[in-house]
Design a protein around this ligand. Structure first.
Ligand SMILES: [Zn+2]
Length: 467
């Protein structure tokens, strides 16, 4: 390594100093990287005798040396030392050497050791790196342009649609991204893997929850103060209804720095919703409605241009459409028939049609207060006449029982139901379904026990059933 000879013009030396630096780094130097050691030599004084060199770093004088060469040698040594450590390191300091006249009575000359100590104190170490700037703000720095570009590719890939029936036609990043080739403080440099996670999640923090017995997404969200939607977003591909014990959930909600915009052409099958048509019908009472035809979804095949931002659909343009199956319109009949009076008409209708298995009167030495009609469980039981429900609930041997007061001293009983459909106080009309038959209470099989009472005294229903 050639050092400048004594008396060689300082400018020439500086030029060679810089040249040598460049030459040594060839091969590892990233294009455009700057060596920021600025060397300025100022000729302030031309007299040769009793001259020295004032050394300043970043504008602050640190002392005077006898030989300008010494400053260069020390600087050079530091430079070598640093490069031996790491080829990517860059010294940054504005070193100024100024020729001055020495006043021996006042000025103390710096020896080499003191000069080196001062230089070490003031020099800053930087490392060559590529900094990803997003909309003008530096976000991550990595070593190597290839690594930086790869990082962007990986982020794009992370949001690429994966389905086979999809053709991706465009991928771009919404934000303005600049790759800045500039030395940075070494601790700012990230490992490419960390940088990738950081760009995707907005943080390098990771927090994992292990699913244990009885956990639900909702329960976990409550315990950890994170919404279910966020949990789903943090765990794409996890089926919230099928959490497995021991499964690991990511608890960090991703806030990507970049927005990847994709455009895809997709062939999809879609369901077509059905319409509902209402039609008035005198078959049913006012206030009633009956579904005559159940609606069915249709199906269509579409070709669409879908745009997404970070995987979330933001726009859809249908390019082609083919209906595979027409939807079936749901048909609902709305009753118009005036309802019968909700009071006694004086005549009774059969509450249900079935075989009468037991009549009114004495039976096995006991009084039977009504008639038994054999019915499969779940058969609608209808009010024998209009009136007001005075009881609906469970009552001893009757099981589920409904009692209706018809006025004029008449009431009717409906026992052994599987389910009562009316409540105490309800006004019911003749023929209205009030319960579903069953086998509750004391029975030997599913049937309806039906009673008619006059002023509380059971009478033979057969004498009152007209219809
Ligand atoms: Zn009975």
């Amino acid at each position: 390594m050639d050092k400048p000879t004594k008396g060689a013009p300082v400018r020439e030396w500086a030029r060679r100093f810089m040249e040598r630096k460049g030459a040594r780094k060839k091969g590892t130097v990233i294009a455009g990287a700057a060596v920021i050691v600025l060397l300025t030599v100022v000729f302030a004084y031309t007299e040769v005798s009793r001259t020295g060199y004032k050394v300043s770093i970043n504008g602050t004088p640190i002392g005077i040396v006898k030989e300008q060469q010494m400053a260069m040698e020390v600087m050079d040594r530091l430079d070598d030392e640093m490069l031996a450590e790491d080829e990517g390191l860059v010294l940054t300091a504005d070193l100024q050497v100024e020729k001055v006249k020495i006043d021996k009575t006042k000025d103390n000359l710096l020896d080499e050791a003191s000069l080196e100590r001062e230089l070490r104190k003031n020099i800053e170490l930087r490392k060559k790196a590529i900094t990803l700037c997003i909309d003008g703000s530096p976000v991550v720095s990595v070593i190597g342009m290839d690594k930086a570009q790869n990082l962007l590719e990986r982020v794009k890939e992370a949001f690429m649609p994966e389905k086979q029936e999809v053709t991706v036609t465009q991928v771009s990043i919404k934000e303005k991204v600049d790759l800045l080739d500039n030395p940075v403080e070494p601790e700012e440099i990230m490992d490419p893997e960390d940088a990738y996670k950081y760009l995707l999640n907005g943080t390098t923090e990771s927090k994992v929850y292990t699913v244990s017995r009885g956990d639900s997404l909702w329960g976990i969200s409550q315990k950890h103060n994170i919404s279910v939607e966020d949990l789903e977003r943090a765990n794409p591909g996890v089926d919230p209804k099928r959490l497995q014990i021991g499964q690991q959930l990511n608890m960090i909600v991703p806030k990507p720095f970049l927005t990847v915009v994709t455009e895809e052409i997709a062939s999809l099958k879609e369901s077509i919703p059905y319409e509902t048509e209402y039609k008035e019908s005198s078959e049913f009472y006012k206030g009633e409605s009956i579904v005559r035809v159940a609606g069915k979804y249709g199906e269509r095949e579409i070709k669409a241009r879908i745009t997404r931002e970070n995987g979330i659909e933001t726009g859809r343009e249908i390019l082609e459409e083919k209906v595979v199956k027409q939807p079936v319109t749901r048909m609902v009949a709305i009753g118009t028939k005036p309802p019968p009076p909700r009071q006694g008409t004086g005549t009774f209708a059969y509450p249900a049609r079935g075989r009468i298995t037991s009549g009114f009167g004495r039976r096995w030495g006991k009084n039977h207060n009504g008639i038994d009609i054999a019915l499969p469980t779940g058969t609608p039981v209808k009010a024998a006449d209009g009136g007001t429900v005075t009881f609906s609930g469970r009552q001893g041997t009757y099981g589920y029982l409904v009692i209706i007061d018809h006025g004029a001293g008449y009431s009717s009983y409906y026992g052994h139901n599987s389910k009562n459909l009316v409540s105490k106080g309800d006004k019911v009309h003749k023929g209205q379904t009030i319960a579903l038959s069953g086998n509750t209470g004391r029975t030997t099989g599913p049937h309806l026990h039906f009673e008619v009472r006059k002023f509380g005294v059971p009478v033979n229903p057969i004498n009152y059933l007209k219809e």
